[in-house]
Write a protein that binds this ligand. Structure first.
Ligand SMILES: [Zn+2]
Length: 124
């Protein structure tokens, strides 16, 4: 995710992983790492910039994994050591990103549909 601020661009990389502790216990982890300026990629397309600012969010085994929530939490931890003014600009850009806000809206819609479908299935 490219974050545009008055003082230049930042890039936030996100990754999601799932570890199973047992058959029914699966923990999802969201990782975020960020850097100032554009990515420097190798021939495989991987970003080579060191992980100076990073954060992680891990679901407890009883949590339902929601990608947008994981991203928000991991992002908040990644920016937590930055100066307050920088954090404000980054949050502003993060929350105003079309993809991010659309994503959260889509997640809410999906969740509502899932609940609606479950209810409809029970009613049958
Ligand atoms: Zn990068």
């Amino acid at each position: 995710m490219v974050l545009r601020t008055e003082s230049g661009i930042w890039v936030a990389h996100f990754s999601h992983s799932r570890q199973s502790e047992s058959y029914s216990k699966i923990r999802a982890t969201t990782s975020c790492w960020m850097h100032e300026g554009a990515c420097q990629r190798n021939e495989k397309g991987q970003c080579l910039i060191s992980k100076r600012w990073s954060g992680q969010a891990q679901c407890s085994v009883s949590d339902q994994f929601v990608k947008a929530t994981g991203r928000k939490l991991a992002f908040s931890r990644a920016v937590s050591t930055l100066p307050i003014q920088t954090r404000i600009r980054l949050w502003d850009s993060f929350l105003n990103q079309d993809s991010a806000t659309k994503y959260i809206a889509q997640e809410r819609l999906r969740e509502a549909l899932r609940k609606g479908l479950a209810r409809a299935a029970h009613a049958r």
